[in-house]
Design a protein around this ligand. Sequence first.
Ligand code: SAM
Length: 444
Amino acid sequence: SEKKKLLSEFLKSGIYRFPTSPSFFLDPVRILNHSYSRFRVSPSSYYSRFFTSNSTIDEQTIEQEQQIEEPEDEFRSISRSKKRKRNQQKKKKKSKQLCYSLNEKELLADQRHKEIRPLLVKAHEELLSHKELLDVISELSSGGTKVDKEEEDEVSFIELGKVWQAPFYEIALCFNQDNKQNLENGESLGIQHNDQSSFPLFNNLVSNETNDDMVAEFQTHHYILPNSSCFYMSELEQIHTFVPADSECGFNFILIDPPWENRSAYQKSKYPTLPNRHFLSIPIKQLTHTSGALVALWVTNREKLRNFVENELFPTWGVRYAATLYWLKVKADGSLICDLDLFHHRPYECLLLGYTCINDSELISMTESLNDQVVMTIPGDYSRKPPIAGIPVLPFTVSTKKEYVPGPRPARCIELFAREMIAGWTSWGNEPLHFQDMRFFQLR
Ligand code: SAM
């Protein structure tokens, strides 16, 4: 009966909390849906790559998730075909190396992996032992229409933001929410010009300050803005124009998923990436609220990157490392998306948590309570992270204690390099409306 209770809780909240290990299974669709009232995220569009037990997870697919050690400056300087050849040679060399010896970085990465392996195995075994949950998981992608990912008329905010007309682009917010009938007809959103207000799309804070979903219109596309949310669309070079003048208006929780350089993002041209040194200039101190902030940073398993974060990035930002949370990726049948011990393709990524203003004893206590939690999900679109707002250790779910995030309540939360919006949050990046496109939603 305890399992029944956990399952019924999961069906409501999208969070399944395992009783005997610090691990969770999340359904991002259910969690994201807490942000909306009239719309809901279409499960089949979220789980566009729904990994079933039969689907062959080829190497390329896994590479989308994992990054291979690679010297940074090579990315721009060599042609793709040359690069492909070189990569093939490298791979051969690497597999040979692995047979004989690991280099220093690889040994460190392997050591890290070995240390957390038991934790991940335990979490995964726990998932497999909850049969009723597995039955539900196998059906998570049903519902809604699958989005054609190659849709040709998709707006590329990244490209539009670079053209000379960028300062003149405007987005129209529709303040009249009583147009459901028109939405159902699917032809027109029924947005009347009287009900619209237009705002500059780039380098401008655009907010939905109402308590309801809001439809926004740009060119021929429609976007759903969750209640009490806002976005600021700009390039990193312009982020200073967004920094609050008064630190009372800063943020208590800062979630960051940087476009780390990696071969798969580059090859697939999914989004532009940046060399590590650029992230040193993110104005974390200026974005932080007077009372401090919890900073959460997504990293890959590249040892070089971990080294950079620990020794350069966090110290430059004034962040003290507190804990690591693991995201373990599973298929629809509950199995891992690839072997746990594949050297260059791990089925997990890490979220590093740190604080801006914290003394030693507080840091120790935060580490004790936050460290080594495992979150399991079926991955969504390329590089899309599970909605952190739903991770139960953090203060955004009803069941959570709130003391992990400093400052006033409700906590002021921001996501940097965001591709989506969350109710109550600010989203910054060069395409924060990406997953807000109406085609990812359906009416409730
Ligand atoms: N967390 C996101 C999600 O779950 O969907 C994925 C973020 S993705 C790793 C990195 C994002 O940073 C991409 O949307 C990319 O376009 C954006 N980006 C890349 N270069 C940027 C720049 N110079 N300024 C602002 N955003 C940038």
